[in-house]
Structure formats: C-alpha cells, structure tokens
Ligand binder design. Sequence first.
Ligand SMILES: NC(=O)CC[C@H](N)C(=O)O
Length: 348
Amino acid sequence: MKGKLILQDGTIFEGKAFGYLNDSVGEVVFNTSMTGYGEVLTDPSYYGQIVTMTYPLVGNYGINLEDVESKGVHVKGFIVREKSDMPNNFRCEMDLDTYLKQNKVIGLEGIDTRALTKILRNNGTMKGIITLEGTSLEQVQAKLDAFSNTQAVKTVTRKEVEHIAGRGTKVAVMDFGVKENILRSFANRGCDITVFPATTKPEDVLGINPDLIFLSNGPGDPEDLEDVIENIKELIGKKPIAGICLGHQLLALTLGGKTGKLKFGHRGGNHPVKDLEENKVFITSQNHGYYVCELPQDMEVTHINLNDNTVEGMRHTKLPIYSVQYHPEACPGPKDNDYIFDKFLALV
Ligand SMILES: NC(=O)CC[C@H](N)C(=O)O
C-alpha cells in the first residue's frame, strides 16, 4: 500500500507502507547505526519518535527476541530506504514487517532517506506523520498539531516494582524507560537489582536501603519531569547516585544545571567520546535529543563528545554522584564502554 511521510514544514516523501497500516505521528529523527535496528525499535527512549535509518538496507538479519531492549516496539514509526524481505541469520525469528505488524507500528520504505536526513540535519528534527492514502491535509494538520510527548516516561515505565536477585551490590534502578542491557550489565556484575516505577516516592526507594541508586535512560524532554526531579532531590546526599542519558540530564536539572535541545540529536553507533579521567577516546552508542548545556555547581565534566564538544559525562566534586550521556551498555562493536559500570559501582 502507498504511504507518505509528511513533515511539519510541508515536505512530502512518497513510499510504500508496511508493518501495521495505521497513520502515526511523532518527532522525526535519524539514526546512523549500520546494524542494531532491533535494539533501536525496542529502546523505550525512542517513544514518541519516528526513526529513519541512514543505512540503506534494513532487516537483512531479521529480528531475534533475545536482543530486544524492552518488551515492545516503542518507535512511533520506522522509515527505511530498502526493507529486506528475505532475512538470513541463524538467530532470525521473524522479518521486520511481521514484527512491526505484531507490535502495531507502521513502517515506510522506498523513500530517499538521505534527502530526509539532510533536511533534518539542516533544519533540525521536526514533527511528521506517516499516513496512508485517504487522509486529508486538514486531518494531517490536526494530527500534527495535537501531538505531544510530555507523558512519555509515564507511559513506558514499569507499573510494578521488579526484583532481580543477586549477591552483590544492591542497586535501586529508577525505570524511566530502562534498556534491558543496562539491567544485564548490573546483573553480570552480580548486583541485586530492584527496578522501581518512575514516580516511586523517594522514601520507598530508600526503604530497601540500596547501596547505589541508578537513574535510567528514557524518552522525552527532561524538563517535563518536575515531579521526578523533586523526588531525586530527596535522594541527593543520602546514597551514591549514577545515571545514563535521561538519568544524567535529570541529575543535572536536580542539582541546578540546565538542559537544552540539540538541533538533530546524537543517534548512532559511532560517536567519539573522550573520557577525560582516563585520557582515552571511546567509540560510543548514542540516542539523545537533549543535552546538559550548563553544568550544576560542584559537578565537573568527565567526558566530552569529540564531534561537537558537548558534555557526555559528569562527576560531583564532593558526593558519590556520576553520570554519562551516552550508552555504555550498548555494544555497537566491541564492549569497550562496559567499564563505566565498574565506575558506577565504585561509587559505593
Ligand atoms: N536515551 C535517552 O535516555 C534519551 C534522553 C532524552 N529523552 C533525550 O532525547 O535526550
């Protein structure tokens, strides 16, 4: 079936719809990873976004449910230049089309993703809609106007506390949309993990007497999470705290820093980041649209992005508080960034 992407600025791309055939609105963003589409689709931080992959052939190793980052697909739509209909891999369980259908997410193929990426890169990310034939321009406009993503974290977070038993460090994870591989990274180190829904009261988190509180990644604008920030304030100084991505941004806001929005974000598997403490450069996986633009007092920069010099990590000068903007749990190639979890646990 024919399908279109209509951007907020009026640009129209015509292609072929696949997956679950239903109009869908979101913020259109691009990801430059060459592989890992299964992880991208299921990373809850993409909730509210339509993702286009810059790599031209997507789906060729199919989907396997061992690699997913959460229980469902969180992107609002998925755009590819060419979808592979004959995936071939010994771990493949199904093709991309079937997976999107099962998860009720629309896909669009056969559009010039390079031209789309250039528009987003030059003008910034913007809202867009993947729509099927028959939707009028007025309906499209109304749907674009009505779209907002302020409830993203509350939508993706767990509704119940979950416990993953271990004999080591007791970690309380605040689930703002946590990726499975973060939980696996703590579990691989023997941690005893309790995962709390995003709006759990601070006294309930402190109630388990954790050794470390971890603030997870998650979707949306950190400034929309005033209640969560109030809760984190109550945790500062009481326990060591670590964070990744949204967790890092929330820490900055809680401690008096500022966040801003990047023009087109960092999404991909090859962002060079310098760890200033180690004096080494690492190739990192990233997925964020916001960033810490003003550091809180008493925090110092530990990592910078070598593409645009933005802050990629920070550490408190007096308290055991440390966070990174990129995704040390992800392994777009080797597992070089895994050591960050040892640094998190060393806060204890
Ligand atoms: N991966 C994340 O946690 C993303 C954080 C935030 N939603 C952003 O886009 O910047």
